[in-house]
Design a protein around this ligand. Sequence first.
Ligand SMILES: Cc1cc2nc3c(=O)[nH]c(=O)nc-3n(C[C@H](O)[C@H](O)[C@H](O)COP(=O)(O)OP(=O)(O)OC[C@H]3O[C@@H](n4cnc5c(N)ncnc54)[C@H](O)[C@@H]3O)c2cc1C
Length: 381
Amino acid sequence: MDFSLSPEQEAYLTELRGFGEKELAPHYRADDLAGTLRDDLVPAMARMGLTGLRVPERFGGQEADAVTTGMAAEEIARHDFNACYVLLDSALVSDILLAGATDEQQARWMPGIASGATMPAVCLTEPGQGSDAANLALRAEPDGDGWRLVGEKTSISLGMYTPVGVVFARTGGPGARGVSAFFVDLTGAGLSRTPLDDLGSRSIGRASLYFDGVRVGREDMIGAEGEGFVAVMRGFDYSRAVIGLMCLGIASAALDDALAYAREREAFGRPIGTFQGVAFPLVEFATQIRAARHLCYEALALKDAGKDPAVPANMAKWWAPKLAADAVHQALLTFGHAGWSTDNPVGQRLRDVIGLEIGDGTAQIAKLVVARHLLGRSSAP
Ligand SMILES: Cc1cc2nc3c(=O)[nH]c(=O)nc-3n(C[C@H](O)[C@H](O)[C@H](O)COP(=O)(O)OP(=O)(O)OC[C@H]3O[C@@H](n4cnc5c(N)ncnc54)[C@H](O)[C@@H]3O)c2cc1C
């Protein structure tokens, strides 16, 4: 078993680190204060190939494997956790399209994702349901040879900015088998949006999207009718491990800052790092972050090997965001009064990382998936 990085992976991480330090980190706080998506962020991410990681090379993408995608997410999140949503949504939608869209559809949609011209949103959650996604209510009403979408999506990351989205809608009867997925132009008639006022990740934002008869055709449907729910669940298995690494990236950055401070700051005539009460909590979080990283990469390696990543990916989704939030909290406390100031990024990191304890599914739902694998469906919650 070899845990070392290849020379290519080392070189890629060095390149990403340079990009993150120069083009992301200096904007992390200012973008939060501005509360809007910086105009040059998506183009900059696209120039680095970070919008096209999972897009095949023939459509202008990087055709990166899942492990490399996770490495990129972890490194980018160290510098700007919120910029990583651009990477995440692009990768998740790319994987949904690779699994379900025809070659012709992929050729139509994926170049725009890779170039950053059409950054996509994932539109699943509704005011009446989030965890219970199979019960979604947004209707696809038959209209000639297509449908008209009627209803509301909410809590959509980047929702004020994205020109396209994968929208899950009810084409059939109740339950998962009545749900289909569409790749929808969100700039046309019948679509309006309002922003949500959030605790964290304010530069990315979330939005409610109102569909008032948005027209879609059969050429916009991903996969067969009634297979939309299966498509998104397959995508989530993978994105949950990437989200885990995103959260561990920001937690590692906070921990590094706390360790540096513990070396310098003195109390009672000694560096505070020499007190076990300061050092040992940091050691415990460093240990757990390292273990959780292995879990995330195991899930992504399974995905690359064509095996089912569901168990480690869902373990990563319940564990890593909570662990990261706890680690960032501990980092904040290590700074004492200096951690309570907005001059220190640690407070923003805490607000931002908590969001992904909810986004893409809560810990309870991830544990539900694992429980069904461990206990068998009939013996699980
Ligand atoms: C930062 C962020 C980004 C997001 N981005 C997107 C996005 O881009 N696209 C999108 O579609 N959605 C997005 N969401 C929405 C997110 O996916 C949902 O909020 C999430 O799935 C939970 O759904 P809910 O909020 O309706 O909570 P509910 O389903 O109403 O759950 C409320 C509480 O009950 C618990 N609960 C529910 N059912 C069970 C059960 N069976 N067993 C035990 N506990 C249960 C939940 O864990 C939770 O604690 C985002 C959310 C956040 C916070």
